[in-house]
Design a protein around this ligand. Structure first.
Ligand code: ATP
Ligand code: MG
Length: 448
């Protein structure tokens, strides 16, 4: 992409309305634009990040056997009356009346919709298990939308819903989603910690939140330091085997948010030098809730003995749009964002220091096409802005590698490579620079 053709409305000054660094940087780097309180447009740079997060989430859901569907944003209130949640949900639900005076709502979650889909199409235990997910916009009329996309009113969520014949089967599904979440956040470049959680209005008996440690997190968290050293399941893990070992390993040590923290237990179970108290951001939340929706909504399948069985359910959410902010909270410096390669809007920023100079333009054009042919995503700054402005914009938008090309280097057959994460720079022959950039990006793209 040529920067001269792109839409990148960067701001030089920090917007006053933004309290935390991720919100400030998302506005400054032209990723998002507020449209109303807690409601945002995603501008090109932000949208690329959102799509990459979404794709990683999707790949890990698919790996764990979940099947993608797309449910509507607007739901019928009658479905929620069936589950008994319509009155209970409160003011966070945006209620809408259509022209025929029918009560509708903008979905804050989709247990009811998916249970109705399942109920109307699955008849036999032979069709189980099923795990259906979608990545769809949700609306919750939060009392205090803040921190940009981290606590919006409209936000993108991946929500999966599982149906199993027995309690044991549905526990196994829960462990599978648990393992998938560990991989998802690690691939995004984040260290997540699963913490036992309250089930809240979703209900149920087993629930974990996945928390990213960051100073500006909304929850206070308490954990045993060694949880941070646990291994994320590798790509060759058999996701359809027994995953209880992974679950046990990750949940055997103390880790809790302030909502359920028990200080006496914490001090008893965790040696003093291993106690970590920090702030955290909830990026995912999984629930196992049995028949809470399938029962009242009449979802049943024929069991092996001919008797009707009410399936056991769980639901599994990831805050896809919240993650964009959470990554920035975890990865930035004074100059701007520092994107991990797997979610970077572009992987390389190519900077032409003398746009209009025939030799420099030609060298840049050549590098641009070679990188593009190698499958690298490049944002090419071909504008005639001065060098200082180009450098600060590239640092602000945080692309992992910068390739800097000026007339002097071109004469000597050299380019400069800058690594955004540690700020290191090196001057290499054009060919070596090109290869180094390709290698660096490829080596950081995926988690094994
Ligand atoms: P919170 O405690 O942060 O209000 P929640 O527990 O109500 O969230 P869930 O119902 O568990 O949220 O939703 C699943 C995921 O969706 C959350 O883990 C979070 O990442 C994301 N999410 C929830 N509410 C918002 C919001 N207002 N803005 C952005 N993301 C959100
Ligand atoms: Mg939650």
């Amino acid at each position: 992409m040529l920067l001269s053709r792109y839409f990148l409305p960067v701001l030089r000054d920090t917007p006053k309305e933004a309290e935390i660094v991720s919100h400030q940087l998302m506005l400054r780097s032209g990723m998002i634009k507020q449209s109303a309180a807690g409601i945002y447009s995603w501008l090109p740079l932000g949208l690329r990040v959102l799509k990459k997060i979404e794709q990683i989430v999707r790949e890990e859901q698919n790996r764990a056997g979940a099947v993608e569907i797309l449910m509507p944003t607007i739901q019928s209130a009658d479905l929620w009356r069936e589950s008994g949640r319509y009155e209970a949900y409160g003011k966070e639900m945006l209620r809408i009346v259509d022209r025929h005076e029918r009560d509708m709502l903008f979905g804050p979650t989709a247990e009811e919709v998916v249970t109705a889909i399942f109920r109307d199409s699955v008849r036999s235990y032979k069709d189980l298990p099923k795990n259906l997910y979608n990545i769809q916009w949700k609306f919750r009329d939060e009392i205090r939308p803040r921190f940009g996309v981290m606590r919006g009113r409209e936000f993108l969520m991946k929500d999966a819903y599982s149906f199993d014949l027995t309690k044991e089967d549905s526990r196994a599904t829960y462990y599978r989603m648990f393992a998938a979440y560990l991989r998802t956040f690690a691939r995004i470049g984040l260290q997540s910690v699963p913490m036992k959680a309250d089930t809240g209005p979703i209900g149920g008996d087993l629930s974990h939140e996945f928390i990213i440690l960051a100073e500006t997190g909304e929850s206070q968290v308490f954990l045993h330091e060694d949880v941070l050293k646990e291994k994320v399941p590798s790509a060759d893990t058999n996701f359809f085997g027994d995953l209880s070992g992974i679950f046990e390993a990750w949940t055997s040590r103390y880790a809790a948010t302030d909502e359920i923290h028990d200080n006496e237990r914490f001090e008893k179970e965790v040696p003093e030098d291993k106690r970590v108290t920090a702030r955290g951001i909830e990026v995912g939340h999984i629930f196992h809730f049995g028949t809470k929706y399938s029962e009242p909504m009449g979802a049943k399948v024929q069991g092996p003995d001919g008797q009707l069985v009410v399936p056991e359910m769980g639901s599994y959410g990831v805050g896809v749009s919240r993650l964009a902010g959470a990554i920035i909270e975890a990865s930035h410096d004074d100059a701007g964002i520092v994107w991990p390669v797997p979610v970077a809007p572009f992987e390389v920023g190519l900077i032409n220091l003398r746009a209009g100079d025939a030799a420099t333009d030609a060298a840049c054009q050549d590098l641009y096409s070679k990188l593009s042919s190698a499958g690298i995503e490049v944002l090419y700054d071909d504008t005639d802005e001065r060098a200082g402005g180009k450098f600060s914009t590239m640092d602000l938008i945080g692309l992992p590698v910068q390739l800097i090309v000026g007339p002097k280097g071109v004469k000597n057959g050299e380019v400069e490579v800058k690594y955004r994460a540690n700020g290191e720079r090196e001057t290499l022959s054009t060919e070596a620079g090109l290869n180094k950039v390709i290698e660096t990006i490829n080596s950081q793209r995926v988690l094994a």
